[in-house]
Design a binder for this molecule. Sequence first.
Ligand SMILES: [Zn+2]
Length: 221
Amino acid sequence: MRKLIQGIADFRETKFADYKEVFAKLVLGQRPDALFIACSDSRVAANVFASTNPGDLFVVRNVGNCIPSCDQHGMSTGDESEAAAIEFSLSNLNVRDIIVCGHSDCGAIQSLINGREKIPFPNLKSWLRHIENALDMKNLFLIKNPPKEYHNLISQINVLLQVENLKTYPIVQERILNGTLKLHSWWFDLKTIGVHYYDESEQQFVLIDEKHARELLKELK
Ligand SMILES: [Zn+2]
């Protein structure tokens, strides 16, 4: 906490003036570029690796960047709060991109691999059931050129499965069908500080370096 309080004091002293104008605009309303669904892990710092500013991203974070699927009535099978954020960002903010971002060395994935039944906390144990199918052998083929570490492969598979869960939301299906929404699978590697995107044609996560960033920007035009 000391670091946070000191940080507030430092911000007011050194950066307050720079952000005054930014927030004067933001107070009139937000128009975020994307809904960003990521793991709660403190190291997944999108503001650093994607150079984002206040107002750029509408954010949902939870343990394991999990998106419980919807039932046939469009109700989330595990997290109304996240479902509400998905619906709000699409209907009220007209967000046109949703990014699901997993990461390397994820504690949730490691707990899963160690055995969900061994987790001594009832809510965490129950919550991770939503990502348990990442361990299913039949999903191993989803990633070509997988990372060396098994837990990182499972983490990448998990991102793809959560994106599939996202497609069970009626509002997501509707927006994809009318061409106003794109879903993106990202994976952040802590060791290399590299953000990867899932390239469907190559069936693997590819580093977004300068070259790939240029290509992705061209596709967005
Ligand atoms: Zn994590």
